[in-house]
Design a protein around this ligand. Structure first.
Ligand code: SF4
Length: 79
């Protein structure tokens, strides 16, 4: 994924209907995987109050939706 695509996604507030269709191929739509990832982050000591990871600096509502992304300390992986 190119930085530009990440930046476009970062502007979306995760109402999936607001994400441009051409970016959907980068996203996960499997609720089970999304819940598993989010549950791990939500209970992680590195998730701050702004829902950003203090290890990678990413906004985790976005990152957990992106299939090719992974936790920087190995708590969850790519799909
Ligand atoms: S990506 Fe990893 S280190 Fe960051 S908040 Fe999630 S589980 Fe924690």
């Amino acid at each position: 994924m190119q930085l530009e695509e990440v930046q476009i996604l970062a502007l979306c507030d995760f109402d999936i209907n607001k994400v441009p269709k051409f970016l959907h191929r980068f996203l996960i739509f499997d609720d089970k995987i999304l819940k598993e990832r989010w549950d791990i982050c939500n209970n992680c000591e590195f998730l701050n109050k702004k829902l950003k990871c203090e290890q990678c600096g990413c906004f985790m509502r976005l990152k957990t939706r992106m299939g090719k992304m992974s936790c920087p300390i190995g708590k969850w992986g790519k799909v």
